[in-house]
Ligand binder design. Sequence first.
Ligand code: PMP
Length: 406
Amino acid sequence: MRAVPTPATPAPTGFPEELRAWQAPLREQFPIITANPGLAYLDSAATSQKPRAVLDAATAYLTTSNANAGRGTYPWANRTTRLVEQARDTVRAFLGDPEPARSRVDFVSGASEGLRRVALDWLPRFLTDGDEIIVPLGDHEANALPWFEARDLLAARGVRITVHEMPYQRDSHDYDMAALAALVTPRTRFVAATHVHHVYGGDMTVHLVRRAVGPEPVICLDAAQSVGHVPVDLAALDVDFLAFSGHKALALPGTGALWSRGLRGPVFAPGGWDGTPNTAGIVSLTAALDWLGDAGPARIGTWTEALAARLTDGLRHLERYEILGCPLSLAFDSPVRRRRGIVTFRHRAMEAVDLGFILYDRGHMVRSDRHCQGRAGEERTSVRASVHVYNTPEEIDRLLDDLAAL
Ligand code: PMP
């Protein structure tokens, strides 16, 4: 078990009044949260709760103009088509798309479907015999398994590609940029990466991936844990694909988007039949991104990082717990923000699943299992607490009090 270093000066984790005054009315906008004052929802990395504006937007659409998109000629159908197109523009703007006229936005059920589309609809038409790809096996399985499916699909056609593992730094679980650069050959055509790690909560400094791999390889980013949680700026990231889950970003279940740059390689247009889109979900995604834009993604990131820092700081003083990933917290004045709103830990003497049940008895909803981590991930189960804008420092303190008693 790794020794947990204690920093010389503990990081401050106070919550400025100004930030509290900003958050309190936002929390009030989540009906499921206000209806359950005795429960703390600490599983937002799995899916988020929805503000009233998102629920209202979906209901208003379904009760005034529900129809199929891109098909009929009557007003409800035309309006639906317009709303879907408007949602594509909203996604582009929210992600800071530097060239919205050239990019493409496909609506999917979540990051998993977005990544599978890249792997199965696009990659097999892009790669040729002898090509190499680099993929992250310590991240979410959704960003590991599809690339092997693509490899097998190509192998069945007699096209052999090599899959390399993305290298990690041992302690921080960030990518090892020097080792990544050393892996790149003239045959490296594709690199998959993750923006924020779903177990360790670390920001994977993916803006450095382009520098490490050079201008040629296509980069595909899993932004499931960043979009809606922290600011995401495509101009700074310099990636070619970005997949995210709308349902983790305050939109309805079954929503997500795959953004593609569309500048190189085959155009992402498999020409297949996509069928009827999730129109109400897409409408909810526009409302969710508008809501997040108004609330301010940077402030949401500051809030959730500060909650995670509070939990990390508290846990570090509880000897019976081991924090996964970087054991140091981050606070408002931290020069390097490394942990987003996710903290994963283990009780040294209790199974994570048992701890999960006990915590629910005390009003905390956390996740306890292996968190769908890829094959280079943790072997043992753990408890993950993840927050969003509706969580409060008091909820974190209550969790810490209960953890301290176990
Ligand atoms: N990638 C990451 C990093 C995730 O955390 C998740 C969800 N846990 C996914 C992909 C898959 O997202 P979804 O279930 O919405 O498809």
